[in-house]
Unconditional design. Sequence first.
Length: 132
Amino acid sequence: STRKESSAASDVYKRQQYIRGMASIYLTYVPHDLTLHHEEVTEISRTLVYQERDNNNHRFTIHALRKNSTIQIDNSALKEVEIKGGVPAYLTENKGEISLIWSLNDYLITVSSTLGEEETMRIAEGLSLNLR
């Protein structure tokens, strides 16, 4: 019975990864002590949450939203930066969490982390999308 439940959960996870033509997110850099904790796919977004196994204070979250989506940010603290070959992005910090926002293909990408600006930039620069 446990094996069946585990297999069914795996099948649901596999279907969720590929539903509705959402782009897949690939990372070439993940800080060594963080692992994928949660993934969610909807019709307009894909979200990945990475964190330490025993410490929720060290984490990062990636959102890939279709361009017709909206996000709420405090734009009074936005700083213009460049990532990966001169791609324009916006960086903001709120209560110790760094967020980086930019457009990639037909998506709005956000990377938010508690790992500091340098690590957040490294994660973002190693991110790519596989469009279907």
